[in-house]
Design a protein around this ligand. Structure first.
Ligand SMILES: C[S@@+](CC[C@H](N)C(=O)[O-])C[C@H]1O[C@@H](n2cnc3c(N)ncnc32)[C@H](O)[C@@H]1O
Length: 189
């Protein structure tokens, strides 16, 4: 069995535009994925990614002359992967883009806001939903805001938190045991 390590450190590059058509959490850096594909497969071989996410491994495999099979439990992942690797007729795309642009141009001002500080006009590019936010105490005085829209939780209960979301309400005993473990780990590090 090969040891899954490259021979040297590879620094991740920023995602090029082909991977930025839609956000997908945990998208992997294309240059590192490509280095692994080159190291562990040859041209013409098949690369299988059973957790293909936004499709970086699939697209890099095709770019490097491999065949690729992608699987994911999330149907949006399959949609995004397919649309990342699909052949595009650029002229037709530009034509359709111009038609659409003309139709939606009048909505552009919906995204204009006045900066409260400099009073210049600015464009809204991202909106962050701030509803269903609760303060969670992680012990040792560490508190942070967490989104609780996925759980039905009351003040005083314990939750399992991942990437800013409370995912599950957990019982007091299990929670206190985990907090105790964290404290021991922190004190011994
Ligand atoms: C970190 S992403 C994968 C990144 C991807 N390999 C790449 O090259 O960018 C993890 C993916 O695993 C998928 N996943 C999680 N559990 C799964 C399962 N049981 N079967 C298939 N896909 C799963 C998720 O939907 C998510 O898209």
């Amino acid at each position: 069995m090969h040891k899954l390590e490259p021979d040297h450190i590879i620094l991740p590059k920023l995602h090029p535009s082909m991977y930025l058509m839609h956000k997908y959490w945990a998208r992997k850096p294309h240059n590192i994925v490509a280095a692994y594909i080159k190291k562990y497969s040859s041209e013409g071989e098949i690369v299988l990614d059973p957790f293909c996410g936004s499709g970086v491994t699939i697209a890099e495999s095709l770019i490097l002359g491999r065949k690729a099979i992608g699987i994911d439990v999330n149907p949006f992942s399959i949609f995004l992967t397919k649309n990342t690797i699909i052949h595009v007729d650029v002229e037709l795309l530009e034509l359709i883009f111009d038609l659409l642009k003309e139709k939606v141009e009048s909505y552009n001002n919906f995204y204009e806001v006045k900066c409260p500080y400099c009073h210049d006009l600015a464009e809204i590019s991202h909106i962050i939903w701030k509803g269903d936010i609760a303060k969670v105490d992680f012990g040792s005085g560490v508190q942070t805001e967490v989104n609780i829209s996925l759980v039905n939780v009351k003040v005083g209960e314990y939750v399992l938190v991942h990437v800013g979301y409370a995912l599950q309400v957990i019982d007091k005993e299990a929670a206190e045991e985990t907090l105790q473990l964290w404290e021991e780990l922190l004190n011994n590090s």
